[in-house]
Design a protein around this ligand. Structure first.
Ligand code: GTP
Ligand code: SPV
Ligand code: MN
Length: 588
């Protein structure tokens, strides 16, 4: 039974069904009985495996195809009418040509299968800032993930209008040669085919909440960003909020759920998680920037998550969670991944589905981009503001990446314009979150390189325009961090994880003008003695090294930025060109 009588919705579903030819169409109302039923069906076909219900209630395991384990940036397209509107960093094809190509791939793709209709909301249903979508998919795995990651069901169908985001996903043959993740921003449409993995198929996430939403935000005066949102509670009990943009697999989920080091905890410091991946940011009634998390769950990186690095994430995955491409421990029917503990199971199945012995195998058991899909409400430190449709006011914005050298532990922009420049020149080593080489430094402006749904230079201008609209007084202060500097042996120097709070403390003090900063060629920095090292065995000297700015490396960096900006030609905002010139001069 259709959950709506909305003609625009029903006509579009008819059209997609005529093309894909499913045996039947099932609407997802998100009720527990329906979810139980789908889980049972998926277990019957092997799509899911039920885990130990005593240790991991309502938890399931899924393995994707071996060639389908990450986002595919080279097969992701922005199809707007004019190529120049997509810009030099996006793949583009003429929309009519792309529709025609996709039509062939979708033709009869759901024969013998069921088409599930998922009405979902990004944001609190019915709130002025929520946006709605419908995803059509032939994958139960996708349905169950969407039911965790977004708000799904009748309540959404009741309020959905004509301008919903249309998403069509078909697994087809999981053929990597014919895999396409396509966005038609001018038509509010997303089409995904030949994949069954995460960001390629959970269309509310990167496709809608970043690529389509960034396009909408540009037109409508708001921002969609690849940012975590956290509240930092100080010993006085005040909670101050920041948004932080790091590229994929660079530490957003970990920072968003941070547990303070003992010395901080005792004094009353606490971190509240509002979001771990995506922020929609608007100008609030008070003229400040407010950020809300449009998602309802976490699709987090499993490897490296443990009782010490991120206990909050670990506890979040103890019920109602879907694990993808991790190790299946057959002794107790639970899961394992590299970095969970030092005790890998011997009687296990690896992410590819092969027998695996963690004590003797030379190969990794879990895929480096293996993930958990867990409900936000499970998180022990979920913010009381999580459901507040207005979101939270931002006092700071933090950019960061994975850099073995060059980028210091932390520095602060002079002002908003300089901060936008800092975001635009971000660079980071690539990770397993996307298909392709890992560990290669690439420019990833605002961590949005793979997610900006329009021309990157117009996006930078949009940041500058938002700053003008808000005014320096009310704007969050902008910072850059790097947890990933390495020593000569390639070991991370900074302990990271909970100890990152030591840096956040300085950031928030600066945001509220409660401490001074030292001028350096790249921005303001703390003295080593300004970072509280209480309870940490870490020398001031090493910290000085981490804060150090190597002028020669930065001069090299400037060359790279010039090259990068050249890609965008005349389109680079003049303000950013001026910032680059000024940086060059300060470096001497
Ligand atoms: P996406 O979900 O892909 O957007 O990733 P993310 O930005 O949320 O990254 P996440 O927090 O999942 O961390 C990715 C990897 O980086 C994990 O293996 C973490 O263990 C590791 N990591 C996170 N924070 C730190 C840190 O402060 N220091 C070090 N050395 N590693 C970290
Ligand atoms: C990322 O790659 O930034 C993710 C995972 O958050 S995915 O949903 O696959 O995009
Ligand atoms: Mn992400």
């Amino acid at each position: 039974m259709a959950l709506t009588t909305n003609r625009a919705v029903l006509d579009w579903i008819d059209e997609m069904a005529a093309m894909t030819q499913p045996d039947q169409i099932v609407w997802i109302d998100g009720t527990q009985s329906q979810i139980d039923d789908l889980r049972a069906q998926a277990c019957a076909t092997g799509e899911l495996e039920q885990l130990n219900q005593e240790l991991l209630p309502d938890c399931y395991l899924h393995r994707t195809a071996v060639n389908d384990v990450a986002r595919v940036e080279d097969r992701t397209f922005i199809c707007c009418r004019k190529q120049e509107d997509a810009g030099p960093t996006n793949n583009w094809m003429d929309p009519q040509e792309m529709y025609a190509k996709l039509k062939q791939l979708y033709a009869g793709a759901m024969k013998g299968r069921t088409m599930y209709v998922i009405p979902y909301s990004m944001g609190v249903v019915g709130s002025p800032f929520a946006k709605y979508g419908i995803e059509l998919t032939d994958s139960i795995y996708v349905v169950l993930n969407m039911c965790i990651m977004t708000r799904v069901g009748q309540a959404v169908a009741d309020v959905i209008g004509d301008d919903f985001v249309k998403g069509l996903h078909a697994k087809a043959d999981i053929d990597p040669e014919n895999r396409y993740i396509v966005h038609f921003p001018e038509d509010n449409t997303i089409m995904s085919v030949n994949s069954g993995y995460g960001g390629n198929v959970l269309l509310g996430k990167k496709c809608f909440a970043l690529r389509i939403a960034s396009y909408l935000g540009h037109n409508q005066g708001w921002m969609a960003e690849h940012m975590l949102i956290l509240g930092l509670q100080n010993p006085q009990g005040e909670v101050r909020y920041l948004g932080a943009a790091f590229p994929s697999a660079c530490g957003k989920t970990n920072l968003a759920m941070l547990i303070p080091p003992a010395a901080y905890k005792e004094k009353g410091w606490k971190v509240w998680c509002v979001g771990d991946d995506i922020a929609w940011i608007r100008v609030g009634e008070d003229g400040r920037l407010w950020a809300m998390n449009p998602e309802n769950g976490f699709f987090g990186v499993a490897p490296g998550t443990n009782e010490k690095s991120n206990p909050n994430a670990l506890h979040t995955t103890e019920k109602g969670t879907i694990f993808t491409n991790v190790v299946h421990n057959l002794d107790n029917n639970t899961v394992w991944w590299e970095g969970l503990d030092k005790n890998p199971p011997e009687n296990a199945v690896d992410w590819k589905g092969n027998p695996w012995n963690g004590k003797t195998s030379a190969e990794k058991g879990a895929h480096p981009n293996s993930r958990f899909t867990a409900p936000a409400k499970n998180c022990p430190c979920i913010s009381p503001e999580f459901e507040n449709p207005k979101g939270v006011p931002l006092s700071a914005i933090v950019f960061g990446g994975r850099r073995a050298k060059t980028a210091p532990l932390v520095y602060q922009a002079h002002n908003w314009q300089h901060g936008v420049f800092m975001g635009s020149i971000m660079a980071s080593e690539t990770t397993a979150a996307a298909a392709g080489a890992v560990g290669v430094v690439r420019r990833d402006p605002m961590a949005m390189l793979p997610f900006c749904g329009y021309h990157m230079a117009d996006y930078w201008q949009h940041w500058l325009d938002m700053g003008k609209a808000v005014g320096e007084e009310k704007l969050p202060k902008i910072f850059n961090v790097n947890w990933f500097r390495t020593d000569e042996e390639g070991n991370f120097i900074w302990p990271g994880f909970g100890d990152n709070l030591r840096v956040l403390e300085w950031i928030m003090k600066r945001a509220f003008d409660e401490t001074d900063g030292v001028e350096t060629p790249i921005g303001y920095q703390p003295r080593a003695t300004d970072i509280n090292l209480e309870g940490l065995d870490f020398s001031l000297e090493t910290l000085e090294g981490l804060l150090g700015v190597d002028v020669d490396l930065w001069k090299e960096e400037v060359k790279g930025i010039h090259e990068f900006y050249q890609k965008f030609g005349e389109k680079v905002p003049q303000a950013l060109v001026e910032e680059l010139d000024a940086l060059e001069q300060r470096l001497g």
